[in-house]
Structure formats: structure tokens, C-alpha cells
Design a binder for this molecule. Structure first.
Ligand SMILES: NCc1[nH]cc(CCC(=O)O)c1CC(=O)O
Length: 389
């Protein structure tokens, strides 16, 4: 090391080196996700220290009860939010999919990072790997493992001869249950994002979508959200650097639809959103993901707080048009009855240049769904689950 470098280090006042405390759940997937975010933050802010603190939450501790039986929408997030509010943590990394649409009063989503593939994956048991490539290939009566009402309802509609069974536990546990020689499951349906982040892409037999298997994904699936304290501008500025504007606009439109329908993660709402460039080519057709995080500007972060926090922020001016001026968002939405017999489906394309555009698009799509009977489907589901209490 040269003397000059050493001099620079010594000259830097200690007060400028900040330690930022990142909270996450304790599961392997959660820790990998927090590592990913910490890595991006360290690259963007080499002068700061980022420390990860992993803890288990109510959702982690209850592996036996099917997820939809919990009333708490904040199952995965609450304990971490308490530590955020007390100042023990500066930011918390979550799967956006697990975040309720209404956050505690003093917590906000300050950034959403670049989305992983949002689709669901079809993963077949090893004993069927040679013969079964898709849901349609499964013999009558085969059991598909998933605890998601959204996935079950869509599969019941498209594949009425299949059976479904709960499968809980972390990703490794679920795959071990599928792989057991005497397994009751022929296949599982899991989020692609989780498998990819854990280095298990090779377990994916095929990718599900509207076009393949008639499966729309969950709101926010595949995206990571960074939650911070409302009004903590220092941390908001730090995380704004790793936000991805295209993912943000896309997933806020999805969350706006869900918020308008008042459906939590336990109701069967499916979405599919894709950017269409001015040439008419879908991003996915050319393998182009999303805009680089550095293109995201602070105004969007501020507007984000207004959207996801309880108190509206004073600065809600539009973010700059980081998506191309003529880029359109293709948005598909679906609400389905638990048995798959009734469905409301909509599809639209719209120019989206700001958070306000995204939120308005989500509201519009929700209204279109209600016009097609989504409200009646959701009312019936709510009446049913209230009777069960
Ligand atoms: N409900 C659990 C959950 N929350 C987020 C993911 C996957 C990762 C993501 O969507 O970012 C999963 C697992 C799954 O659905 O298979």
C-alpha cells in the first residue's frame, strides 16, 4: 500500500464512516436476499459499513399451519418493523410479495430493487423427470404441492383432474419432500425467484405464465423491497441509489390493484406485467430485464413514501421519465374463486412514466376487474373465511 493511500485513510474523519444495520428474516432465502442488497449497497456506498442482522418471525416459527389460515397479513414483517421503529435497525429487506399493502404508520418502502423473474416454476419429482415437462403432462389424480390459494385456484380451473396438497417449510424442506422416494407429490409450484436466488435454477422443469399453464403470479413476486422509517432521509437517500425504476413502476401498479381490491396475500389475485418497448417488443422477448438502478432518482423515492406510507409526503412531483417516453406497460390481472369455477380477467396496455401513473393504472385495472365480477368473487371468499372463525 502506498503512503499516499494511508494518508487519505488517516485524514478521513471517523464520523463520516456510518454503520447501517440491515434487518432480515432468518431463512436461507431471506439471508441470501439481504446479502444481495448489502452487496449492492456496499458497491454504491463504499465509504459506509453495512451489517446484516437475521431474526426469525412468526411466519418462520409456524411451519405447520397453512399460510392462508393466519389472519395477520404482517406475519413475516411485524417483528422486524418493531426493531426498525426502535432504531435498532435502519432498514429491512423483504420479499415485496410478503408485504401488506398497508404498512405501519411510520414505516415506508423506500426502494424496490431490480426484479428477478416474477413467474412461478413447475418443478417435477425426480421419478417423473423424463416423462413430465408441464402441468398438462401429469397423469389424472397427480398431487401438486403448494399452499397458495392463488396457485391452487388457477390450476383447478385449467387442470380439473389434478389434486393439490399443502407443502410448508423452507425451500430446501419442500424440495426434500418432493424428492423423497415415497413422496405423495408429483410436482411442486414455487416462485422462480426463490429457486434462482438459492442457485437451484436447474430444478425448474418449466416456467408458468398466462400463456403456459394459465398461471398468473402474485403481486410483487420476485421483487425485493427495502423498508425504512418514515422521515429517515439519510437512509432513504442511501437506498435510493439501488432502486430500479422499471421494477418500481411495475410492482406499484400491481400493489395498487391489490390495495384497491382490498385483497391480502391470502386471496387468489394473479397478475402479469411486462414493459413493451416502442418497437412493440416485450422486454422478456429480448432477454432485457430492467433499467439499471442508477437511473432511479430521488423524486421517485419520495413519491414512493406517499404511496406506501400512511402519511402522504409533501413532495409528490413526478419522477423523471426513466422508462422510455413511448414505453408501455402490459398489465394482466385476474381474480378467481377458490375452486376455480369463477374468474374475472382483464388485460390493458398503458404509457407509464411516473409512480402516479402506476397507481392510477392499478386502480383502473381493479375497477375493470370489479366490473367483471371480481368484487362478488372476493365477497364470497371473505364470507366463507369469516364463517370458519
Ligand atoms: N410466500 C413465500 C414466498 N415469498 C416470496 C417467495 C419467493 C421469492 C419472491 O417472490 O421474491 C416465496 C416462496 C414461494 O412463493 O415459492
Amino acid at each position: 500500500m502506498s503512503t499516499a493511500t494511508e494518508d487519505t485513510t488517516v485524514a478521513e474523519p471517523a464520523a463520516q464512516i456510518q454503520t447501517i444495520h440491515i434487518g432480515t428474516r432468518q431463512s436461507l432465502l431471506a439471508r441470501v436476499q439481504a446479502d444481495e442488497v448489502a452487496k449492492q449497497l456496499r458497491a454504491a456506498w463504499p465509504q459506509h459499513r453495512f451489517e446484516i442482522h437475521a431474526m426469525s418471525t412468526t411466519g418462520d416459527k409456524n411451519q405447520k399451519t397453512a399460510l392462508h389460515k393466519f389472519n395477520e397479513k404482517s406475519l413475516w414483517t411485524q417483528e422486524l418493523e418493531v426493531l426498525l421503529q426502535s432504531g435498532d435497525l435502519d432498514l429491512v429487506v423483504h420479499c415485496l410479495k410478503d408485504m401488506p399493502t398497508q404498512l405501519p404508520a411510520d414505516c415506508v418502502i423506500s426502494a424496490i430493487t431490480e426484479r428477478e423473474d416474477p413467474r412461478d416454476a413447475f418443478v417435477v419429482a425426480p421419478r417423473l423427470a423424463g416423462s413430465v415437462r408441464s402441468l398438462a403432462d401429469l397423469p389424472k389424480g397427480s398431487v401438486v404441492g403448494t399452499s397458495s390459494l392463488r396457485r391452487i385456484a388457477q390450476m383447478k380451473r385449467a387442470y380439473p383432474d389434478l389434486k393439490f396438497a399443502d407443502v410448508r417449510g423452507n425451500l430446501g424442506t419442500r424440495l426434500a419432500k418432493l424428492d423423497a422416494p415415497d413422496s405423495q407429490y408429483s410436482a411442486l409450484v414455487l416462485a422462480v425467484a426463490g429457486l434462482v436466488r438459492l442457485g437451484m435454477r436447474e430444478r425448474i422443469t418449466s416456467y408458468l405464465s398466462k400463456a403456459h399453464g394459465g398461471m398468473l403470479y402474485a403481486v410483487g413476486q420476485g421483487a425485493l423491497a427495502i423498508e425504512t422509517r418514515q422521515g429517515d432521509d439519510r437512509i432513504a437517500d442511501i437506498v435510493a441509489k439501488i432502486a430500479c425504476q422499471r421494477t418500481t413502476l411495475q410492482s406499484l401498479a400491481e400493489r395498487s390493484l391489490m390495495r384497491t381490491l382490498e385483497g391480502g396475500c391470502s386471496v387468489p389475485i394473479g397478475v402479469e406485467t411486462e414493459w413493451i418497448r416502442k418497437t412493440g417488443i416485450l422486454d422478456s422477448d429480448v432477454g432485457l430485464g430492467v433499467k439499471p438502478a442508477s437511473d432511479y432518482d430521488q423524486a421517485s423515492g419520495v413519491a414512493l413514501s406517499a404511496v406506501d406510507g400512511a402519511a402522504a409526503n409533501k413532495q409528490t412531483e413526478n419522477s423523471t421519465g426513466v422508462t422510455g417516453e413511448t414505453d408501455e406497460l402490459l398489465f394482466r390481472g385476474l381474480v378467481i374463486s377458490l375452486d376455480g369455477s369463477e374468474v374475472a380477467e382483464v388485460e390493458a396496455r398503458k404509457r407509464i412514466l411516473s409512480v402516479e401513473d402506476s397507481v392510477a393504472f392499478g386502480v383502473e385495472m381493479a375497477k375493470a376487474l370489479n366490473a367483471k365480477g371480481a368484487d362478488k368473487i372476493l365477497q364470497a371468499i371473505n364470507a366463507q373465511s369469516n364463517r370458519g372463525k
